[in-house]
Write a protein of this length. Structure first.
Length: 132
């Protein structure tokens, strides 16, 4: 990987001429490089852009290539995790993860477009960018 200067500091980008070929679909990045170099992807865990346009770096003490997981979709594909595991991976407290889980379940129950949730369901995969 090479460093490319930008208004937000150094950003990691892939070497070579394929930089402009960022995957557009999940199927295009399944077998891609890990950790994922595409920090601008909405599922990348390194940074978030809030609704008001503010950029938030989720892991200011690490570079993206130092993260165990960089893609929320990869984490979801690995199956269910405990609150402690999610908290460790996302750099949050266990209590904050529990609060987000509770908020997501409440929204899903309220949202008629998603239908009714079964009481037997233990896990729900949702993007954190809409909740935090």
């Amino acid at each position: 990987m090479a460093n490319a200067g930008g208004p937000l500091g150094d950003v990691l980008v892939p070497d070579g001429s394929d930089y402009h070929r960022k995957p557009k679909r999940r199927s295009e990045c399944l077998d891609g490089p890990r950790p994922c170099p595409w920090v601008s992807c909405r599922y990348h865990l390194y940074l978030d852009i809030r609704a008001d346009g503010v950029l938030r770096i989720n892991f200011p003490d690490r570079d993206p290539h130092e993260m165990a997981f960089t893609c929320a979709l990869d984490m979801a594909n690995d199956g269910p995790r405990t609150l402690d595991q999610v908290a460790g991976l996302l750099g949050m407290s266990r209590e904050r993860v529990r609060q987000i889980e509770e908020k997501v379940l409440h929204r899903m129950k309220r949202d008629e477009r998603l239908g009714a949730l079964s009481r037997d369901e233990d896990r729900v995969s949702v993007g954190l960018d809409d909740l935090v």
